[in-house]
Structure formats: C-alpha cells, structure tokens
Design a protein around this ligand. Structure first.
Ligand SMILES: Nc1ncnc2c1ncn2[C@@H]1O[C@H](COP(=O)(O)OP(=O)(O)O)[C@@H](O)[C@H]1O
Ligand SMILES: [Mg+2]
Length: 378
C-alpha cells in the first residue's frame, strides 16, 4: 500500500457510498475496476477493503491465479464468512442451513479444503442442497443462503476479487448468475473486482446483462496533479521536498503511471542525499530507473513467454503505432494471420496483451514497446 494514495479519492468515496447503501438495505451495483498493469487497481481494492472494515462490513480479499482457481478461493472466502456470521446470535436460525450449503459447496468444488469444521446437526447435513455439480446453481445457492443469514444478522458481505481476468468463463458466469439472484432478492452482498481490460469483453460475452450487475470503471494513469501528489506527499514526513521542475520531469517521464512514479522516486530516494530534490537529481536517475523497471517489471513478464510469443511481442512493438492489427503483426513476422493467431490467444490468456474495442491489440503493460526497443533490439 502506498504511503499516500493519490488521485483516487472520488473512487474510494463512491465505493464507501455503495457499501453504506448495501448496509442500509438498499441496492448498489457491484464494481469492476479495469486497467493496465501498474495503474493502481490492487491498491484501490485494498483501500475499498479498508473502508469496508471501517463500516464493519464482512470483507474478504481473493486473488485469482493464472490457472483460474476462483471457485476454490470463493469456497474458502465463503467459509470465512460463515465462521464470522456464526459468532452472531441472530444467525442461529439460519446457521445450520448456511453451514451445510457452504460445506457441500466446499466438498463439491474444493476437494482439498477441509476448513469448515463448525458443529453440524445431521438434519442440516442431509438437507444440504448445494453440490449439484453445476457451478452456477451451486454458487447461487451458496450466496443466497449466505446473504439471507447476513441479512438476519444485519451484516453486509463484500467479496473483493483481484486479477479477475484470470477467472475461467464458467466461474465468471457463476459469479454473475449468483449476483443476479442475490440482487433480485435484495440481499446484502456486493462485489468489488479488479482486472485487466479484457474483463470488459469477457464479462459481456458471458452475460449480456453484465453491465446491469457491474459498473465497469476504468483505472488509468494519474492526472498531472495527482501524479505530483504521489511524488511529493510520501516524502513530506521525512522533511524532503522536490523542486517544482523536478516534479514536472518525473510526471513527464512516468506519464503519470503509479508504478513508474514509485520506481523512479525510490531510485532517486536511494541515490540522493539532502532535503531538496532538484531537476538534475531526477535527470541523473532516469537511466537507472529504466534499468530497474526493465529488470523488475518488464523482463519477468517477457521471460514468461515462449520464443514464438516473444517474437509476436517484438513484432507488435515494431508496428508503427499501437494498438495494432494482427495483420500488421503477421506482416512484421513474415507469416500468415492464421499461423500467428494461436500466439495472440496465448498472450491474451497470459495477460500480456488484450484486444481493444475495435479488435486491435495492445500491451497490458504500459510502455512495453519502449522496453522491447530498449533491450531487445526491436
Ligand atoms: N493512487 C496511487 N498513489 C500512489 N501510489 C500508487 C497509486 N496507485 C498505485 N500506486 C503504486 O503503484 C504500484 C502499482 O499499483 P498496483 O495496485 O499494484 O497496480 P495494478 O494492480 O493496477 O497492477 C504500487 O506499488 C502502488 O504502491
Ligand atoms: Mg494488481
């Protein structure tokens, strides 16, 4: 978490209002934050979780892994909610039922997990209804029971799902089906998700009504003034100040991307003494910042690709402008579109590129093209 979260005040306020509304029995649309790598989606999600904690909303953070294990993590998050609710008196009447549903969901969808060990009576166990083998049905049933129990306890449940683009199609569909049902029943459950831009299209492909369930909010680089704050504010408590032209150069060099700002400022911080940072200090650290970004941010992603995929990425970077068409990539590689399409799909799945609205492709990592030009002789 950055020491100072710049430029996201309105988004955090709006998230708090949603949480408050749900807590007071009103409907509020769930949210999907989408944007490139390093723009600050995860830290925003963390800030939303802090708001949820302050409002005493029950909240769990889930991070989907690249192989799509959302179901498993949903099962353990739900178990955790059941455990929290079980401590409340008002849950008594609902508890057996929600426990049994959660337990059979866990048993069906998460065979390795044995975390749910609350006392169960036999009747509740035999009445277990989830576990039909249909993920959408089972998750709906689980969230409905959880939601009813939460409502009885005057509690709100908030799922925060990061890297949601890695969810498998049927998982995404199940979440949407379940959320659709819980909102019809006006149950106090809300989702905040974060993911790469492809989630916009994936969600729409899975359910035509995705925009009724979720508000899709684009998270972009910071405005110039917010970027300046991200530079200045964290240094203040240490009695360190930046000259105006030093700030302006950082903002220009980083184009307001939070991850780049952070790397540049930490490089300057390590390599400069004194309580004033000048434009010369900044200029003297640009190359070193790029070296660190190449090593830590870009290269790890590039190295996760096969030789052919790397060639594809290099061909993209060699295109005159981005986003580019697959036809131009094929031309740069001297191959046919049909021959390179599988690499496009693989790179999308790995989260390195995405299809823009017009069907062109672009990098999910800002300035990946500049990195390839710097280091791979594109
Ligand atoms: N609004 C912000 N103000 C200051 N620093 C930020 C902000 N957003 C992100 N950062 C910093 O940038 C880095 C990348 O943020 P992160 O949330 O991991 O990006 P994403 O999840 O979009 O890839 C983090 O280390 C974080 O500290
Ligand atoms: Mg993230």
């Amino acid at each position: 978490m950055p020491r100072y979260l710049a430029g996201r005040g309105n988004l955090v306020d709006s998230a708090r209002q949603r949480l408050q509304a749900v807590s007071e029995g009103y409907q509020a649309r769930s949210v999907i934050y989408y944007g490139l790598r390093g723009v600050g989606k995860t830290v925003l999600l963390n800030a939303v979780e802090e708001e949820a904690d302050k409002l005493e909303v029950l909240c769990r953070h889930i991070e989907v892994k690249e192989d799509g294990d959302l179901t498993k993590t949903l099962a353990s998050a739900s178990n955790a909610f059941v455990v929290s609710l079980s401590a409340m008196k008002a849950a008594k009447a609902w508890l057996d039922r929600v426990v049994s549903v959660a337990k059979s969901f866990t048993a069906t969808w998460n065979p390795e997990d044995n975390t749910l060990s609350l006392g169960l009576n036999d009747a509740a166990l035999t009445a277990a209804t989830a576990g039909t083998g249909d993920l959408s049905n089972d998750l709906t049933q689980l969230l409905v029971e959880l939601g009813k129990c939460a409502r009885e306890c005057k509690k709100t449940i908030c799922f925060c799902i990061d890297e949601v683009q890695y969810a498998r199609k049927e998982e995404l569909e199940a979440v949407m089906t379940a959320l659709h049902r819980t909102s019809q029943l006006n149950l106090p459950i809300i989702f905040f998700c974060a993911g790469l831009p492809r989630i916009l299209k994936d969600a729409g492909d899975v359910k035509s009504y995705s925009e009724r369930l979720f508000e899709f909010i684009e998270i972009d680089s910071l405005s110039a003034s917010a970027a300046a704050e991200a530079v200045i504010e964290p240094a203040k408590p240490f009695g360190v100040a930046y000259d105006d032209d030093a700030v302006a150069l950082i903002v220009k060099e980083t184009a307001g991307y939070p991850y780049f700002i952070q790397e540049m400022c930490s490089t300057i911080w390590e390599r400069c003494d004194g309580s004033r940072i000048t434009v010369e200090d900044v200029a003297a650290n640009i190359d070193e910042t790029n070296r660190r970004l190449d090593k830590g941010f870009f290269l790890v992603r590039f190295n996760r690709c096969t030789a052919r995929e790397q060639e594809f990425l290099q061909a993209m970077a060699s295109c005159e402008e981005l986003p580019c068409t697959i036809a131009n990539v094929a031309k740069a590689m001297g191959r046919k579109v049909t021959a390179i399409s599988p690499f496009r799909a693989k790179l999308i799945n790995k989260g390195l590129i995405y299809a823009t609205g017009r069907g062109e492709i672009d990098f999910t990592v800002p300035r990946f093209d500049a990195f390839l030009k710097r280091t791979q002789g594109v």
